[in-house]
Design a protein around this ligand. Structure first.
Ligand code: ARG
Length: 275
């Protein structure tokens, strides 16, 4: 079967080094406060992810880490931008609340139109954007972190239709642990992370989606960053790498064992800026 060539599109990302990374509280099932984190190794792995993205031709901005905010490395949670407008995050847990201001400062000093949120939402952790699906579609998760009221708020602020999807498995507490955009119009996801009705919605919207299984999701294989051709995902997600390869994409594995201890991987560490 011949496949259309998967073409990359240059991206701009925002990342924050895990200099102050620890697991000192547990707000998701992956976090175990009794297992020590190797912060130096985390920084090394993070830097390899950053250079991988740069080497693929993308621009990576770096946000200064703040002491006392150990989860700040998960930069995806700080905001969600579409068409140059930034919908700011409002974190569910007080331990992460101050991260929102650090992201806000970044956007405000770089001339973005920043809109503060009234409702709880964790940025790209629970929002994904597909510019060419149905004319430009936002997918939004709720059930664990983001308040479903934030979905309507995001639609009002960003002017793109938002499709609400209910997450039902606590292991996959953010949308980006269960679903990822592979390019401008298609996604990959783990169906059972979603309610039965949300699975129907996804099947209707994305008949050609690459379906992942529980093992892929548990290996954080869906927590990937794709530029439309190169799919950057963590090395443990070997089966997922083969699935995206079979669909015509080019998997790029990176080692990110330390970040998994906080309940995240590649995508959690990378926010996409969409001018
Ligand atoms: N420890 C962080 C939390 O529970 C991990 C965030 C992962 N980020 C993501 N985009 N899924 O909030």
């Amino acid at each position: 079967m011949s496949q259309t060539e998967r073409l990359p599109r240059n991206r701009t990302y925002l990342m924050c080094p895990p200099e102050h990374f620890t697991v000192e509280y547990a707000i998701n099932p992956w976090m175990d406060t009794t297992v020590p984190v190797d912060a130096a190794l985390a920084v090394k792995q993070w830097d390899l992810l950053r250079t991988t993205l740069v080497d693929l031709g993308h621009t990576v901005h770096v946000l200064a880490p703040v002491a006392g905010l150990p989860d700040m490395v998960y930069a995806a949670n700080g905001a969600f931008s579409v068409d140059g407008t930034v919908y700011g995050a409002r974190f569910r847990y007080p331990q992460r609340a101050d991260e929102a201001a650090a992201h806000r400062d970044f956007y405000e000093t770089s001339q973005w139109s920043y809109q503060a949120a009234e409702h709880v939402n964790e940025g790209e952790g629970d929002f994904a954007y597909l510019p060419e699906a149905h004319g430009g579609l936002i997918l939004a998760g709720y059930g664990f972190r983001t308040d479903s009221k934030a979905h309507a708020e995001a639609q009002e602020m960003l002017g793109r239709p938002v499709v609400s999807l209910r997450l039902v498995d606590p292991a996959f507490y953010h949308l980006d642990t269960a679903l990822a955009a592979l390019d401008d119009h298609n996604v990959t996801y783990y169906p059972d992370a979603f309610s039965v009705s949300s699975q129907r919605v996804l099947a209707q919207l994305f008949p050609d989606a690459v379906l992942a299984d529980r093992a892929d999701a548990e290996a954080f294989g869906l927590n990937l960053v794709s530029d439309g051709r190169h799919v950057v995902l963590n090395t443990e997600a070997t089966a997922m790498a083969e699935k995206v390869r079979a669909a015509g994409y080019h998997p790029v594995p990176v080692e990110l064992t330390e970040l998994k201890r906080g309940g995240g991987s590649v995508k959690c560490a990378v926010a996409e800026l969409r001018p």
